[in-house]
Design a protein around this ligand. Structure first.
Ligand code: A2P
Length: 354
């Protein structure tokens, strides 16, 4: 009993977490297949104690597969997801390749589980962008109380969203800086006199980002668009509208990469059609599924990236009335981008198919 499952991109940051979440949630698996690039053929990955060899992702990888979880990059999704669907699998795709296709549902199970019935159109279901998922999980129960007119959001996104190479890049840069500081000794003034920035790590061959990520903030995620926003920012606009099924919501986003390994944080300002108020919002959110209110500023308790890491819940705090707008509300939302922002949400979608 159970399903025949394939994980495409099984060796990546999200793919490995998908495997862990399938195990943790005891998803009914009869058979499992791990797919990645040619580079990984020969590697073995564990599933429930059993060592399973990684195979090369190809058009004929999906014979007999019923559920295919994809996280091998957008190009691979575009190329191979239709083959998987043609072989009879339902694809759950973590890339942005299919998200805005009108025949592909875009699902956050706490928000729009009913959309799963659209899956049969193309055999593909899209997993939303990590920053969008954690935002709509919190916004939906509030939206059900009062329609939302406008959202202004700034994100503080972890490097793990870029993949394993970006995690290594941040690690290496931090170690380079630490090495240099040790060599210089304690009596160097906290501000370098040489005209060099205090946090500068020295010559580094960038791979994941165009600038140093350690001790820095990069207001640049994904590629720039003609309108001046980045693609990541426009994903937050378009995906929020699609998931909440309200094309009129106005969204303006600024997405920033910060030197954090796991968990995205977001400052969100919401303008409602009618007043919700901080107290009512706290009450609604304390009953919302998938959400945990952490909001006790006097005790220095608010959502933190280091605390959200490795949890499936989306944390919300700093819930307060917007002093500049009677119908406004401000929130701070944090979730593990690899779990709820990717792997957990994908496995929850698979659970809708069971
Ligand atoms: P591989 O490990 O063999 O390169 P991340 O986002 O953490 O970098 O992970 C990307 C995932 O996508 C990895 O599992 C990677 O496999 C996989 N992948 C990348 N390029 C290809 C490709 N051309 N064919 C199949 N899988 C790929």
């Amino acid at each position: 009993t159970g399903f025949s499952v394939a994980v495409a991109g099984a060796t990546g940051a999200v793919g490995q977490m998908m495997i862990r979440v399938l195990e943790e949630r005891d998803f009914p698996v009869r058979e499992i297949k791990f797919l990645a690039s040619e580079r990984s053929v020969g590697k073995k990955l564990k599933f429930k104690g059993e060592e399973i060899p990684v195979q090369k992702l190809d058009h004929d990888s999906f014979k007999g597969v019923e559920i295919a979880l994809f996280s091998a990059g957008g190009d691979r999704s575009k190329t191979y997801a239709p083959s998987a669907a043609k072989a009879g699998a339902t694809v759950i795709d973590n890339s942005s390749a299919w998200r805005m296709d009108p025949d592909v549902p875009l699902i956050v199970p706490e928000v729009n589980p009913h959309a799963v019935k659209e899956a049969s159109k193309k055999g593909i279901i899209a997993n939303p962008n990590c920053s969008t998922i954690q935002m709509v999980v919190v916004l939906k129960p509030l939206y059900d109380y009062s329609k939302i007119k406008r959202i202004v959001v700034s994100t503080y996104q972890a490097v793990s969203g870029t993949g394993l190479k970006a995690i290594r890049e941040l690690e290496e840069q931090v170690l380079m800086w630490t090495d240099r500081r040790r060599r210089e000794g304690e009596n160097v003034a906290p501000k370098a006199s040489s005209g060099m920035s205090y946090g500068y790590v020295g010559e580094y061959e960038y791979n994941a980002y165009p600038h140093q990520i350690a001790f820095n903030c990069l207001p640049h995620i994904d590629v720039f668009q003609e309108n001046g926003y980045t693609k990541e920012e426009m994903k937050m606009v378009n995906e929020t509208r699609k998931i909440l099924e309200d094309p009129d919501i106005m969204v303006s986003a600024t997405c920033v990469r910060v030197p954090v390994f796991y968990s995205h944080s977001e400052a969100v300002n919401i303008e409602f059609e009618k007043k919700v108020g901080a107290e009512k919002a706290r009450d609604i959110l304390s009953k919302a599924s998938g959400v945990k209110v952490v909001d006790n500023p006097e005790k220095f308790q608010y959502p933190l990236a280091l605390v959200a890491e490795d949890q499936d819940l989306t944390l919300v705090g700093r819930i307060r009335d917007d002093i500049s707008n009677p119908n406004g509300l401000d929130l701070w939302i944090v979730a593990d981008n690899i779990r709820k922002g990717a792997a957990t949400n994908a496995v929850q979608i698979a659970e809708l198919l069971v």
